[in-house]
Design a protein around this ligand. Structure first.
Ligand SMILES: Cc1cc2nc3c(=O)[nH]c(=O)nc-3n(C[C@H](O)[C@H](O)[C@H](O)COP(=O)(O)OP(=O)(O)OC[C@H]3O[C@@H](n4cnc5c(N)ncnc54)[C@H](O)[C@@H]3O)c2cc1C
Length: 493
């Protein structure tokens, strides 16, 4: 029997997972990618003996990765290990805390700030577990083909969760904790979705349950890019082919079917069906020229922050900071509410610092250390001009030296910076938005760009801006959802 040919546009994580699932079901898969290597945002910078993950530095919900491997009859081609302590949080006033899944240890750190911390924390986490257990199957892990379908799924969840949709993350946290620092710490996880706790729905407080109690966070031995290297090897063994350095700019259609994707050099890529791993909203506007996704509409959508990322190689080891660290200023609410629209000074920046070579010694030469900074920034709608990047980077490095009481400036032997302009260009991200569409009420579930096309029957989507959402585990789930859709249409072959 003739194999069904699939083109996956984009070798990002969602694209690779979908290719794996489809290849294991017998489809003939080709991946077409604009860059010279696979991974998309889950990428690598390797220079002067340093090895930096470009974006993701940890993952959660490891069992989703294992389930995918089982579904595809493979062993996961990378090794991973639990990260605990999870991360350190450092405030501008010198207070710092080490977040861990050990509740007694947390209680010891917070009891003085927040009386009865342990009981409050348990209540908060139990609530998160309740939300997680009630929504993960009917909402997150189910394809919805109509509004009625979606409403039916919503009806399977407890009615009080409906009310939660109208509270934001911060408001929910405030119902359990009174201390400002505890509140800020508990709501930091909203930033992992790329938005502020003041704009993220309270439903996502389930993430506090997933980080502290459910399955925690994981490091990949050798760095997260090992995931991509491993998957690419497995895919090649399964006969999946890769075409790199090829940017898709158009498509050819006959009636309600796509016949070919067209590259900027005019080459046509024919297939029976197509899976788009480029941003699901942007592709509909940029390539399909859909009115609902034209620039006017895209610019009105809510997008996650644009990253300013700094990769430093130091000619010394530092042992004063942990694997994952957050540095906060003293104007949390103002910063969170204004940073996205470029209305707050960068003088007191908030940022995340990862030491890749701490858990993965192979990420730096002997006696040296790799440091990776992520600073949330306004996207290019609000800050187009990045001529001041050196000044901003300098400010962050000085702030870090001051807060960590560690001198690094004179020890930098490698430095690379990616601004939102670079992120936009390198991965074709709308205005440099790092995690795709945000997860506000009007942009989740049935209201998120769908994983099937509205008009073209053999066109599907996977990745951060379609369902269920952003982050590596969501891309794994998204690959399962889109594969289910494809199998519904094409049958299991
Ligand atoms: C700074 C940062 C830190 C992060 N940290 C974490 C973390 O710690 N843990 C976590 O779980 N998640 C994290 N994320 C989120 C995670 O990286 C993303 O959710 C995930 O990688 C998105 O994958 P994707 O499948 O949507 O594909 P993408 O990574 O967007 O890949 C899409 C691919 O399509 C290609 N492409 C696009 N348009 C075209 C075209 N027209 N023609 C050809 N090719 C095209 C792109 O080049 C790209 O390779 C982070 C993100 C950022 C930016």
């Amino acid at each position: 029997m003739k194999q069904i040919k699939v083109i996956v546009l984009g070798a990002g994580f969602g694209g690779l997972c979908t290719a794996l699932r489809l290849a294991s079901k017998g489809f003939d898969v080709e991946i077409v990618e604009q860059n010279a290597n696979a991974g998309g945002r889950l990428n690598i910078i390797e220079e002067d003996g340093f090895r930096f993950d470009t974006g993701p530095t940890f993952f959660s919900m490891s069992y989703e990765f294992e389930e995918m491997a089982k579904d595809c009859n493979i062993k996961l081609p990378f090794e991973y290990e639990r990260v605990d302590p999870l991360y350190a949080v450092n405030f501008a006033n010198g207070n710092n805390y080490l977040l861990t899944s050990d509740v007694a240890n947390l209680a010891k750190q917070f009891e003085l700030l927040e009386p009865e911390f342990e009981q409050k924390f348990k209540k908060y986490i139990d609530r998160g577990k309740y939300i997680f257990d009630s929504t993960i199957q009917p909402i997150v892990k189910t394809n919805h083909s109509s509004m009625i379908d979606y409403i039916k799924s919503m009806a399977q969840t407890p009615p009080e969760l409906g009310l939660m949709l109208f509270r934001n993350f911060w408001q929910e946290v405030c119902r359990y904790f009174t201390n400002e620092e505890v509140r800020q710490i508990m709501s930091l996880v909203a930033f992992f979705l790329g938005d502020t706790p003041f704009k993220t729905s309270s439903i996502y407080t389930l993430l506090s349950y997933t980080e502290f109690c459910h399955d925690g966070y994981y490091n990949v031995k050798g760095g997260l890019y090992k995931i991509v290297e491993g998957l690419v090897e497995v895919l090649k063994e399964q006969g999946v082919t890769f075409t790199f350095n090829t940017r898709i700019v158009g498509l050819e259609q006959e009636n309600d079917r796509v016949v070919a994707l067209v590259a900027d050099n005019g080459t046509r890529y024919n297939a029976d069906l197509f899976v788009i791993n480029a941003d699901a909203a942007l592709f509909r506007g940029q390539v399909l020229k859909r009115k609902a996704f034209d620039e006017n509409h895209l610019s009105k959508m809510r997008w996650t922050f644009a990253p300013l990322t700094i990769y430093l190689g130091l000619n010394k080891k530092i042992d004063t900071i942990y694997h994952h660290n957050y540095y906060l200023g003293n104007n949390f609410r103002e910063y969170a509410e204004k940073i996205f629209t470029n209305q707050v000074s960068m003088e007191r920046p908030y940022y995340y610092v990862n030491v890749p070579s701490r858990m993965n010694p192979s990420c730096a030469p002997e006696g040296k250390e790799a440091l990776f900074f992520v600073c949330p920034m306004p996207d290019l709608r609000y800050k187009k001009d990045w001529n001041d990047v050196d000044q901003i980077v300098n400010g962050i490095i000085e702030d870090f030296e001051h807060k960590s009481k560690t001198s690094i400036k004179e020890h930098i032997c490698y430095q690379k910076v990616l601004t939102p302009v670079d992120w936009e260009k390198k991965f074709n991200l709308y205005k440099g938005s790092g995690l795709g569409l945000a997860h506000n009420l009007g942009q989740v579930g049935f209201f998120r760009p769908k994983n099937y096309d509205e008009e073209l029957r053999n066109l599907f989507y996977v990745g951060a801006s379609t369902v269920p959402g952003t982050g590596l585990p969501m891309c794994v789930i998204g690959s399962k959802l889109v594969t289910e859709r494809i199998l519904e249409t094409y049958g299991s072959i």
